[in-house]
Ligand binder design. Structure first.
Ligand code: FES
Length: 106
């Protein structure tokens, strides 16, 4: 199983093919997500430090909008884990004082 390393957290193994946002949440890692994984809110964005991720699709590009954000971030609700990854979480529920939205579909 792919090994996910998150800055500031213990590494954990994730089921291959699982959405990254769900893998993080199910590992007990705080990540904010607000739109149910619909590629709209961008609160679930992460920075990929190392590891390959699938190419960005148009709806993710439209959501991130700013070319600097497109170059720097990915939406964790749009990535299915396929291999080892090292990432940085940008927004956490506790730090933002905002409860997560509905759980994205599997
Ligand atoms: S863009 Fe809203 S949860 Fe990912």
């Amino acid at each position: 199983m792919p090994l996910i390393t998150v800055e500031g957290e213990e590494p954990f193994e994730a089921e291959a093919g699982k959405k990254l946002v769900l893998a993080l949440e199910d590992a007990g890692i705080d990540i904010l997500h607000r739109c149910g994984g619909q590629s709209r809110c961008t609160t679930c964005r992460i920075e990929v430090i190392s590891g390959a991720v699938p190419a960005m699709q148009d709806d993710e590009k439209e959501a991130l909008e700013d070319p600097e954000w497109i170059a720097k971030y990915r939406l964790s609700c749009q990535i299915r884990v396929e291999n080892d990854l090292t990432i940085k979480i940008i927004k956490r529920s506790a730090a933002e004082g905002i409860a997560p939205g509905p759980r994205p579909e599997d």
